[in-house]
Every structure is written in C-alpha cells, then in structure tokens.
Design a protein around this ligand. Structure first.
Ligand code: HEM
Length: 150
C-alpha cells in the first residue's frame, strides 16, 4: 500500500515535470523577437551601436555629415521605434515610410551591403543568438527595395 502511494506520487511528479517543460518550451516559442532580443534597452543599445558604425564609416559617413546632433537623435529614435515595432514590441513607428525618407540620397547596393555588415557586427557584439540574428537580418533585408536607389 505504502509502495503504491510512493509510486503514485512519483508518477504525479513526473507528469507535472513534463507539463512544466512543455509549457516552458511553448512559452519560449511564443515569445516575440523583441523579448528574445532582450526588450527595449537591448534594442536601444543595438540601435546606438549600429548608427554609430554607420556614421563613423568612411563610405557611409557622407550621408550623415551636416545633420545636427538633434537631427541625429531624432533619426536614432525613429530607427529604434521602427525596430521595436517590427520585432513585436510595444512601440509605434510614427516616422515616414522608408521609400520617402531615403529617396534622393542615392544609396547604392554597395552602401547597403556595408550597412548590413555593420548591423551583423553589432548583433555579434551583443551576442544575439543565431536564430534571432537571422530574424533581424531577414526583417531588415525586406527594406532594401525601398532604400537602395541605384
Ligand atoms: C545604407 C543604409 C542607410 C543609409 C545610408 C541611411 C541614411 C539615412 C539618412 C541620411 C536619413 C535622414 C534622411 C532625412 O531626414 O533627410 C535616414 C533616415 C531614416 N532611416 Fe535610414 N539609412 C540607411 C538604412 C536604414 C535602415 C536599414 C533603416 C531601418 C532600420 C533605416 C531607418 C531610417 C529611419 C527610421 C529614418 C528616419 C525617418 C523619418 O525621418 O521619418 N535606415 N536614413
């Protein structure tokens, strides 16, 4: 009788552990990219590092010379809002669409490739896991057609 009781308790514990593991796995799968990347502060750090690299780049720096500190802060915030929204975070992007804002800058395919390399370096620096890194790069690559003009 006592053995039977112990066996039942073990079976119950075992079943509970399986259910807990299953629910944790499901939860991890349901988490947004925004949460998997570490939330707002992590995305803000990624944005600052990425924009810093673009502005310091000898090829791409030309796009940002002449912009005041405040204008640069505005662009930074809009990029962050956009990333936050696109990854499923609680932000709303209120900037202009990508085609309108980059039209006339004559951003080339080569410029684009340099920017993607910088974003990859930023994601590596912050040790984004490969699945999340791939998801961010895929999301950004969908903007290429609106940003690259020649
Ligand atoms: C080669 C790559 C890129 C270059 C050289 C570039 C350059 C610029 C420049 C110069 C501006 C300011 C335009 C103006 O106000 O007159 C701008 C604005 C902006 N860019 Fe980019 N950009 C690049 C890629 C991207 C990417 C990948 C994103 C998205 C994550 C992005 C998001 C934005 C946003 C949100 C704004 C501000 C929109 C607004 O003012 O309403 N850009 N970009």
């Amino acid at each position: 009788m006592r053995n039977h009781f112990v066996f039942n308790r073990l079976t119950f514990l075992f079943a509970a552990m399986i259910l807990l593991t299953a629910s944790l796995t499901a939860n991890a799968q349901q988490k947004s990219l925004y949460h998997r990347l570490g939330g707002y502060d992590a995305l803000a750090a990624v944005t600052d590092d990425f924009i810093g690299r673009l502005a310091a780049d000898k090829e791409l720096g030309r796009f940002f010379t002449g912009a005041s500190d405040d204008s640069k802060k505005r662009i930074r915030q809009l990029v962050l809002d956009q990333l936050c929204q696109a990854t499923g975070g609680p932000c709303v992007y209120i900037g202009r669409d990508m085609k309108t804002v980059h039209k006339g800058l004559k951003i080339t395919e080569k410029d684009w490739d340099i920017a993607v390399r910088h974003l990859t370096a930023t994601l590596d620096k912050f040790k984004a896991p490969s699945r999340e890194k791939h998801e961010v790069l895929t999301a950004i690559s969908s903007l290429k057609k609106d940003i690259v003009e020649q």
